[in-house]
Structure formats: C-alpha cells, structure tokens
Design a protein around this ligand. Structure first.
Ligand code: SAM
Length: 275
C-alpha cells in the first residue's frame, strides 16, 4: 500500500473520530499519530487503518481503547528533576508574594506532575493558598490521577527524582504501600481539581500564576501548538510563568514575543508585563 493511501486512511479515521466522538486529533503531528496507530493496528489485529475505522465506529468499547493509543501517558513523579528544582528555587519565591495562587497542569496524564507539585507546595508551605487544576483529554488518565495509586516498583525512581528536585522530606511520608501499589495521601489533592479539558478545542482557564504543560505540545503540529500556546498566554496573569517539557520550546510559535526566557535551560518562561 502506498504512503498516500495510508495518509488518506488516517485522515478519514481522524475525521470519523472527530464527527462521532468529538475528539480532535486532526492537528496532531502526523509522525506521532502514525507511530501510535501502528501500535493500535497490532492491538486490534487490523491490517489497515480503514479496518480499524470500522471497528471504532461499530464496536462500543473500541474507541476508549484507541484513545489510550492516541494519547501517550508516559510520566514520572518529579520528571526531569532540574525542572522542579528550578520551580522550587526560582519560581516559588515570586509566587510566594501572592496571597492566593492558581496553577494549571495542562495534559496532566495519570497525575504524576500534579502530585509532584502538591508535594513541593506542601514542603514549601504554600499548599493552603494554592489551587491546582489538573486537566487532560483522556478520562481514564484523569481517573488514575484522582486515585493517585502508582505501581510500587516505580517508587525508587520517584524517590530519586524527588531528592534531585530538592525534596525537603522523605517521599515515603506521602504514600502508603499496599497490594503492589503506592497510594498517595488523599490530603495532597485537597486543593486539586481534576477535569476534562482539551487544548485543541476548549476555552481559557483564567488568572493562572503558573501553567505547567509538559510533553504535550510535542504531539501537536505547528498550528495546534500556536493555538495551545495562545490559550495558555490568555490564561496567565501578567508575569505569570509557563513551564514546558525538555524537548519543547516557545521559540517557533507565534506567541514567543509575549514571553521572556526565565530559566532557559529548563524551559520555564515568564509572560511579559505588557501582555
Ligand atoms: C506524555 S503525557 C505528559 C504527562 C505529564 N504532563 C508529563 O510531562 O509527565 C501527554 C498528555 O497529554 C494529554 N493530551 C493529549 N492531547 C491533549 C489535548 N488536546 N489537551 C489536553 N491534554 C492532551 C494526553 O492525554 C497525555 O496525558
């Protein structure tokens, strides 16, 4: 089969998913969609994307499964510890000057990034004045995030990351291990709201002091990156902060001018005061 036919089938599948399920993957990077669909074809034992389209339209449980392939859930607690260390040491001193704080974790996946921030805010004495919004398009991921239970064999990595991120306590203070899982303390999400939100199609969350949107833009094409960054720009207060993933940058987006580099090596930007 030619690449042109495969591209056409993918286009039709994404159109069908949008029409039928209102999830819009049409502006995602084609290279990443192709990679994800290759895995989905194996899982569904389909020869072609057109066959997969038939399954998704006619079998009730097929779309939720496909959604898990289309949205990548890889994450860690304190993923890229130097990012969290920079937040703690460079951004929090600014945020501390506000009487109340709002943080948005856009594309929070299974919640690891939210728990990392909640732990850091508790360690820094800012937990009580902060509201965190954790949003994602994948409802299964949001349910996992709400549950806050992670495989216990991930704990050594999480513990190492927490220490490298400047952790001031022992990670074991925040979870209870039981039945092969580590259940994070429910009190950590006292000031957290998890909700369904798409950077592709939904509206602004207003008055944020910090937005952490890591490893999400990487899946979008240039136009969609522009849309998402514009949304985040509109959501931030003046001089609010935006943190991206280690392989992401604002440099090529239309809104780069609205921000200054704050901690360049860890991709933390600050919205300019005149924006
Ligand atoms: C690789 S995970 C990143 C998780 C976490 N932010 C991190 O860096 O460890 C990417 C997340 O983006 C979410 N996502 C994909 N498209 C999205 C969209 N349009 N709006 C919001 N989240 C989206 C996926 O469901 C997935 O949970």
């Amino acid at each position: 089969m030619t690449d042109r036919i495969i591209d056409l089938e993918i286009k039709l599948l994404l159109e069908a998913v949008f029409e039928q399920f209102h999830y819009d993957f049409r502006g995602y990077s084609m290279a990443s969609i192709k990679r994800r669909l290759r895995q989905a074809l194996t899982h569904f034992r389909c020869e072609t994307v057109s066959q997969l389209q038939g399954r998704v339209l006619h079998e009730a449980d097929a779309f939720p499964q496909l959604l898990s392939y289309l949205t990548v859930q890889v994450s860690e607690l304190f993923r890229d510890p130097t990012y969290f260390k920079a937040l703690r040491e460079q951004v929090l001193p600014h945020l501390r000057t506000y009487p109340s704080l709002k943080i948005w974790v856009a594309g929070c996946g299974d919640g690891e990034e939210v728990y990392s921030l909640a732990i850091m805010l508790r360690e820094e004495g800012l937990e009580d004045r902060t509201l965190i919004y954790g949003t994602d398009v994948n409802p299964k991921a949001l349910r996992k995030a709400e549950a806050g239970v992670y495989a216990v064999d991930r704990i050594p990595l999480f513990t190492r990351n927490h220490q490298l991120a400047g952790g001031k306590s022992s990670l074991s203070d925040y979870y209870t291990a039981a039945y092969g899982g580590a259940a994070f303390d429910k009190s950590l999400t006292r000031n957290v709201v998890f909700s369904d939100h798409s950077l592709v199609s939904d509206a602004v969350f207003a008055e944020m002091h910090l937005i952490s949107c890591r490893n999400v833009l990487i899946y979008f094409d240039r136009q969609l990156q522009n849309r998402a960054v514009e949304l985040m720009k509109e959501s931030l207060i003046r001089r609010g902060f935006l943190g991206l993933g280690s392989r992401e940058t604002l440099r090529f987006t239309e809104h780069a001018e609205a921000f200054t580099d704050f901690a360049k090596d860890v991709r933390i930007y600050q919205k300019r005061g005149d924006q």
